[in-house]
Design a protein around this ligand. Structure first.
Ligand SMILES: NC(=O)c1ccc[n+]([C@@H]2O[C@H](COP(=O)([O-])OP(=O)(O)OC[C@H]3O[C@@H](n4cnc5c(N)ncnc54)[C@H](OP(=O)(O)O)[C@@H]3O)[C@@H](O)[C@H]2O)c1
Length: 306
């Protein structure tokens, strides 16, 4: 039996394919559609992560620790969330080895000083996170007051020094992402809002062409999609929750990873289970047809969107 499982796993690995840059991309499993993850060069980003916005202090630390115990291997934070220290305590307390966890943080939020010493800032984050490196460092938002050339140059140098394994951006629409890619051609990811009510097709096309991963933030539209009749019908038929249908729709797409937030262990557990199911192409199409330009995260400092 163990040999059969090993053989199945080997077949699963052999089903990975290559993107335009020749990098291995999504590992589509034979095992019930599970095992979704994205390959970025020599690194592997899990298909589902825990988004920690709002999870601060001891309670935040406890929820991150619970997420790791439940099987999450991707934790998303930011300097701006004020919880790197809480996340760091959870990483230190968890029995999961650091090397098995994908940690993303972000610097350069428009509400923080525009020209910080990025070497010192990342050192500060690493100290709080109790780690020697992060897996992904993102520019939190585009900001006309911040030179993209300077910021990405600094980020690339930090990657060179091993302080971060990969680098990328967040909340970058297509035109700004093109500019960023002219400065650093091998960005790993763009973290943007993405859920059934917001079409991200132009951005996704560009990102797939250039081998980037789209990390879907606010993937449940902060609850705004959870009463949708089409999603409810699919959920009932498939014996899933609406949140699971939405998350599955996201992670089943090529080059898409999702980082849902959660307020308790039940939600954490439910959201991770989406790696066990597969939606039909008709279900995928029906969910994509729900897009209606609804943007939940749209602050005054945001860019001109696609
Ligand atoms: N880069 C950026 O600028 C940016 C911006 C926003 C977010 N993010 C990242 O994206 C992550 C997720 O975004 P988000 O937390 O704002 O929005 P979200 O993931 O769309 O919504 C999370 C909320 O949905 C509810 N929920 C979660 N799982 C559920 C389930 N299984 N069933 C029913 N309800 C469920 C919970 O709230 P209730 O139970 O209270 O309803 C939870 O707080 C953040 O934590 C952060 O890491 C990044």
């Amino acid at each position: 039996m163990r040999h059969e499982i090993a053989a199945l796993l080997a077949m699963t690995v052999s089903l990975t394919y290559r993107d335009a840059r020749g990098s291995m991309t999504k590992a589509m499993g034979l095992l019930g559609g599970g095992l979704e993850k994205e390959i970025i060069g020599k690194y592997t980003m899990p298909g589902i992560g825990f988004g920690t916005l709002g999870n601060v202090g001891d309670a935040g630390c406890a929820l991150v620790e619970a997420a790791l115990a439940e099987g999450y291997r991707y934790i998303d934070t930011s300097r701006y969330y004020g919880n790197e220290e809480a996340v760091g305590r959870a990483l230190a307390r968890s029995s999961v080895p650091r090397g098995d966890i994908w940690v993303t943080t972000k610097l350069l939020h428009p509400r923080t000083p525009p020209q910080p010493d990025l070497v010192l800032e990342l050192e500060k984050s690493l100290r709080s996170l109790q780690t020697d490196y992060v897996d992904l460092l993102l520019i939190h938002w585009p900001n006309p007051q911040v030179s993209l050339e300077w910021a990405l140059g600094e980020f690339a140098a930090l990657r060179e020094q091993g302080k971060t394994r990969t680098i990328g951006v967040s909340n970058f629409p297509t035109n700004l992402l093109r500019q960023a890619l002219e400065i650093v051609g091998d960005l790993a990811a763009n973290q943007v809002e993405y859920h059934p009510y917001l079409n991200q097709r132009p951005l996704l096309d560009l990102m797939r062409e250039r081998g980037l991963v789209l990390i879907a933030h606010s993937p449940l539209a902060r609850g705004a999609v959870l009463n949708d009749p089409v999603l409810k019908e699919i959920a009932t038929r498939r014996q899933l929750s609406v949140a699971q249908v939405v998350l599955r729709w996201l992670v089943q797409q090529e080059r898409v990873v999702a980082i849902p937030g959660a307020v308790n262990v039940e939600q954490l557990r439910e959201n991770l289970k989406v790696l066990d199911v597969t939606l039909t192409s008709d279900e995928m199409t029906a969910i994509s047809a729900l897009a209606r330009g609804m943007r939940i995260v749209n602050p005054p400092h945001g860019p001109a969107w696609d």
